[in-house]
Ligand binder design. Structure first.
Ligand code: NAP
Length: 258
């Protein structure tokens, strides 16, 4: 399917690896020029070079921490954007009783206030030109809380509320905002979480991973490519009637009727 977005320009945050990279790759395949961001310059440059070589689109890199004002200012200096994909690292796991006010503020900054600040910066330009697409990478934890990820449960719920209200205020100007909710996908993040499980249960990492995947109806983790393809569709010309939705990609793991 032609997504109808060839020649558009996208900012994809936190995109040298994992789900962000999956989104960047799928947008590049659709002919979208990219601004990519991550903290580590080496992996970022390697990803940019691979995407340029494979898809023949323009790829600009901005190394920096997207959760800081300086990091955001550096990527926003590359404005205007037709497409914004927000993303950042997820907060650390722990118990509900573990976290201090400082821990909550850090999680809110990374997973709620950063995507909100980025939307506030780019939405006016998108509205003025009458076309824009925003996809926020959130988490399955928005739909069904993950016991060990209370910081994620909290911060992402706040972002989801902001999007629900805002998406309906910008839709008439041709701008869509939606959230993508990853369940377990095979990235460094899930490897780190699996390593903790293996350590806690005193079992080999491969056994922990097999156990985790067996609990998913589809019987495996999702891939960044599958995730990216859904993101690219939400950014396409065909998705103009999809407003303020929370799209769950979890292989059936969340046992809900709707
Ligand atoms: P990942 O494989 O660890 O990749 C994270 C990417 O983000 C890397 O490119 C990393 O590069 C970059 N990054 C991290 N923190 C950043 C920051 N502050 N500023 C700029 N770039 C940053 O993680 P992932 O699995 O793709 O996860 C992406 C998001 O989805 C996370 O918020 C995660 O919690 C959420 N999520 C993932 C899953 C899953 O199954 N994978 C499930 C639910 C939710 P640098 O380290 O070099 O900055």
């Amino acid at each position: 399917m032609d997504l109808g977005i060839r020649g558009k320009r996208a900012l994809v945050c936190a995109s040298s690896k994992g789900l962000g990279r999956g989104c960047a790759e799928a947008l590049a395949e659709a002919g979208v020029d990219l601004v990519l961001n991550a903290r580590g310059a080496e992996a970022l440059e390697a990803t940019a070079a691979a995407i340029r070589a494979k898809h023949r689109v323009s790829v600009v890199t901005v190394a920096g921490d997207i959760t800081t004002e300086t990091g955001r200012a550096a990527v926003l200096a590359k404005d205007p954007f037709d497409i914004l994909v927000t993303n950042a690292g997820g907060p650390p796991p722990g118990l509900w009783s573990d976290w201090s006010r400082e821990d909550f503020l850090k999680a809110l900054d990374a997973n709620m206030l950063t995507p909100i600040a980025l939307m506030q910066a780019v939405l006016p330009g998108m509205m003025a030109q009458g076309w824009g697409r925003v996809v926020n990478i959130t988490s399955v934890s928005v739909k069904a809380p993950i016991a060990t990820l209370g910081l994620s449960n909290s911060a992402r719920a706040g972002l989801t509320g902001f999007v629900a209200g805002t998406a309906r205020q910008v839709a008439r100007q041709g701008v869509t905002i939606n959230n993508l909710l990853p369940g377990s996908h095979d990235t460094d993040r899930i490897l780190a979480l699996d390593s903790r499980i293996a350590q806690a249960k005193n079992i080999p990492l491969e056994d922990a991973r097999a156990e985790q995947q067996a609990g998913i109806p589809v019987g495996r983790y999702g891939t960044p490519a599958e995730f990216g393809a859904t993101c690219a569709f939400l950014c396409s010309q065909h998705a103009g009637f999809i407003i303020g939705q929370n799209v769950l990609l979890d292989g059936g793991a969340t046992n809900t009727t709707m």
